[in-house]
Design a protein. Structure first.
Lengths: 114, 111
């Protein structure tokens, strides 16, 4: 199993540009999520999905869109990048079980917006 | 407002001694708590968890303690090893949909 994969690893955008961060998992997990990590802020939830066709907002959803057309993929879209979106982005997935909330994280995408 | 807090940004411990990492939370509805470990340029990896119906969970060198009345949990690592040097995040969950993470504590284990 590849686990959770994210592409690209690094990206530089100019203000106003758009892009999609890709996330895929091969563990048949129902739950997938996107976080951003900023210095002194820990990981903050952007959007999450509990299954194909179902998405919801987390703590910091503004400026980001998501969709979940398949169980495996959960892309994160930046429609008009802003310098405040410079961050490290992590995708995660987990089974949806009352007994286990362990999330598996991807390696991250480091995004710089100039 | 930060619902999960790790007030110590860093901690240094001698190899072989105990490392104690602390975490406080404000939301009494949280019922599941987790610790993650993160190395530079990698994603966090799950370490250990505890349900609110327990006050202790142990896995090898790692033990998590939960004090619900104080809204406090701690991670004990005994004995500490140089490979334990990493950033540790605590996280909490209530409804099952949203996870809240602390800001992390950077642990350095000195050989």
């Amino acid at each position: 199993n590849a686990g959770v994969t994210q592409t690209p690893k690094f990206q530089v955008l100019k203000t106003g540009q758009s892009m999609t961060l890709q996330c895929a998992q091969d563990m048949n997990h129902e739950y997938m999520s996107w976080y951003r990590q900023d210095p002194g802020m820990g990981l903050r939830l952007i959007h999450y999905s509990v299954g194909a066709g179902i998405t919801d907002q987390g703590e910091v959803p503004n400026g980001y869109n998501v969709s979940r057309s398949t169980t495996e993929d959960f892309p994160l879209r930046l429609l008009s990048a802003a310098p405040s979106q410079t961050s490290v982005y992590f995708c995660a997935s987990s089974y949806w079980s009352a007994w286990s909330y362990e999330q598996y994280f991807g390696p991250g995408t480091r995004l710089t917006v100039t | 407002d930060q619902q999960v807090k790790q007030n110590s940004p860093s901690l240094s411990v001698q190899e072989g001694r105990i490392s104690i990492l602390n975490c406080d939370y404000t939301n009494s509805m949280f019922d599941y708590f987790l610790w993650y470990k993160k190395y530079p340029a990698e994603g966090p990896t799950f370490l250990i968890s505890i349900s609110s119906i327990k006050d202790k969970n142990e896995d090898g060198r790692f033990t998590v303690f939960l004090n619900k009345s104080a809204k406090h949990l701690s991670l004990h690592i005994v004995p500490s090893q140089p490979g334990d040097s990493a950033v540790y995040f605590c996280a909490a969950n209530s409804t099952g949909n949203q996870f809240y993470f602390g800001t992390g504590t950077s642990l350095t284990v000195i050989p």
